[in-house]
Design a protein around this ligand. Structure first.
Ligand code: ATP
Length: 287
């Protein structure tokens, strides 16, 4: 095989609980992750001369700061019998620094793809342990779906697929630095009650999702202080038929869930804030 095309789906968080700040500076998390049909597209091509990154978006790094580059480095370091050479083209459709794991999903897709391109067997368990160093969402992004993630993101438990749900995803034109949100969270947080076990039990039972449980995001207040537009977006969603609305990750993306595709498409088509990224998408199972 000389070249390969891959999809790198985005994720949203249906719940995000910050448990505590660890001694190593990381926050211990509990999260429900869900893949959605919004995706970057990646082309891999065997080419001598090291790792070359090309992006559809000019302001993404092409060197070792690109998470896709770091993923390729890990691949070649673990497979020294292969000549280091690949060209990676990233068609960026997921907004950058938006709380949807855009960089992590590119990295995970590049890894999956390189094993295929060079016809090698992939060891997902080994990769999951090593990938958290690139980014906490990378292990999850290897397979996606509906997943409970804990620790820094390396502890993963697959849950039954949430089912096909229709969403509108809105990202204000504002990039949020994730470390900045956590820093502010540490400054302003009061100890919040978060019944994560009930959320997990609800998802494991595969019954109708009970959105009145703690499907919430501990980072919301900090994200809203940094980007007040999040509140404006939430206010617009309030006046629609949304079943549920939440900030994803560290923001500024906000999503709403609708009963059917038509409702979601109607909300997206009539979206009044012209500078926002807006799309109607659906949840997808493990890929
Ligand atoms: P998360 O939800 O995991 O916190 P995010 O969606 O908020 O992630 P990303 O889109 O992954 O954030 O981008 C965060 C930073 O990573 C940006 O500053 C960006 O320049 C850098 N980055 C490196 N590689 C990539 C990539 N392939 N795609 C997007 N961003 C990348």
């Amino acid at each position: 095989m000389k070249e390969l095309y891959l999809k790198a789906p985005a994720k949203i968080n249906l719940a995000l609980h910050v448990k505590n700040l660890r001694e190593d500076g990381f926050h211990e998390l509990e999260m429900i992750m869900q893949s959605i049909s919004l995706a970057d597209r990646i082309k891999l091509k065997k080419k001598s001369g090291g790792i070359i990154i090309k992006n559809s978006q000019a302001d993404l790094p092409t060197g070792s700061e690109n998470l896709a580059y770091q993923a390729a480095e890990i691949f070649f370091a673990n497979n020294p019998q292969i000549n280091k050479g690949v060209e990676i083209y990233i068609e960026k459709n997921i907004p950058i620094a938006a709380g949807m794991a855009g960089g992590s999903t590119d990295a995970a897709a590049v890894l999956r793809g390189l094993y295929q391109l060079f016809d090698l067997e992939i060891n997902l368990d080994f990769l999951r342990q090593n990938l958290v160093e690139i980014g906490s969402d990378v292990p999850y992004c290897l397979e996606g779906g509906t997943v409970f993630a804990a620790g820094k993101g390396e502890i993963l438990e697959k849950l039954p697929f949430l089912g096909e749900k229709y969403l509108v995803v809105v990202t204000p034109n504002f990039r949020i630095s994730t470390p900045k949100v956590y820093k502010l969270y540490d400054e302003i947080k009061g100890q919040q009650k978060f019944d994560f076990d009930s959320v997990l039990a609800n998802l494991k039972k595969e019954e109708k999702v009970n959105w009145s449980l703690d499907y919430k995001n501990d980072l919301t207040q900090a994200a809203e202080q940094i980007c007040p537009e999040i509140k404006e977006v939430k206010d617009i969603f309030k006046n629609t038929a949304a079943e549920f609305t939440l900030v994803s990750g560290s923001g500024p993306t906000v999503f709403s869930i609708y009963e059917n595709r038509k409702q979601a498409e109607k909300v997206a088509a009539a979206w009044p804030r012209k500078n926002d990224f807006v799309t109607a998408v659906k949840t997808i199972p493990k890929y």
